[in-house]
Design a protein around this ligand. Structure first.
Ligand code: IL3
Ligand code: ZN
Length: 265
């Protein structure tokens, strides 16, 4: 059973090499963006982020033909995010990654135009105001996504359990049970320093419903761990031509006058 946040219909619209339309017609709060560090405005009102995740609510890991998602039971408030720029309490429904075919690119957000080899997104929806992810995805204050940059360096011990599960979901629409995984094990040591701005999902339906929280501190993963991401396939087992799942990122979108705030000076 796929949880609400992974409704196949919408996710199946995601196709490989999503560069899609440069802009959504009428969309002026699109994501990702370049974060110009010097133009970010320090906001002393921004509080520390408060996350509370229960690893027991981890359910499955699956290949949706665009990325791989680790999904959580989001029918109760066991995995919550609040504080930071958020007024309400948000519920984790899944996390996933974006990466390149080489270590030279792969992230969606950039920092002073700098690209990282990959980016982790933890997708949460506003459970104070909505009862289902599907509702929240359409609302301006509906979603909160934490973005964390990955750099190639030492092996990430917390990531290895996830890397070991990937060969079992090489093809699109493959899913395996995945339990007892703590998403906070993927956080950098400092989660108090972040940038935040209002934007959109970077994949269909591209709705402008996201409070983005992009961590300043990256995490390190090994070259070999990232190589396993690239062994995944965009294509299902039946398709004749198999395509490597790489470069599953969207290009940066115009800022259109938005202000990026920082929680640090
Ligand atoms: C109903 C519905 C729906 C769509 O669900 C999602 C969930 C996550 C994502 C990932 N988008 S991103 N890269 O901005 O976190 C896209 C669609
Ligand atoms: Zn994403």
């Amino acid at each position: 059973n796929l949880t609400a946040c992974s409704s196949k219909y919408v996710l199946s619209q995601m196709h490989p090499m999503w560069h899609g339309p440069l802009e959504v017609p009428g969309g002026d709060h699109q994501s990702p963006i370049d974060i110009a560090v010097k133009k970010a405005v320090f906001d002393s009102e921004l509080k520390p982020l408060e996350s509370s995740y229960d690893p027991q609510t981890c359910q499955q890991i699956w290949n949706n033909g665009y990325s791989f998602l680790v999904e959580y039971d989001d029918t109760t408030d066991k995995n919550t995010l609040k504080g930071g720029p958020l007024q309400d309490k948000y519920r984790l429904c899944q996390f996933h990654f974006h990466w390149g075919e080489s270590n030279d690119w792969g992230s969606e957000h950039t920092v002073d135009r700098r690209l990282f080899p990959a980016e982790l997104h933890l997708v949460h929806w506003n459970s104070d105001r909505y009862t289902l992810f599907e509702e929240a995805v359409m609302e301006e204050n509906g979603l909160a996504v934490i973005g964390i940059f990955l750099k190639v360096g030492k092996r990430h011990e917390g990531l290895q359990k996830l890397v070991d599960a990937l060969p079992a979901i090489r093809h699109k629409d493959s899913v395996v049970e995945f339990t007892r995984f703590d998403p906070a094990s993927l956080f950098p040591s400092n989660i108090d320093d972040y940038w935040t701005y209002h934007g959109s999902l970077t994949t269909p339906p591209l709705t402008e419903s996201v409070t983005w929280i992009v961590m300043k501190q990256h995490i390190e993963v090994s070259h070999d761990q990232l190589a396993v991401f690239r062994s995944l396939l965009f294509t299902s087992a039946e398709e004749e031509v198999q395509k490597s799942m790489v470069n599953n990122f969207r290009v940066q979108q115009p800022l259109r006058g938005r202000t990026v705030r920082s929680s640090f000076t």
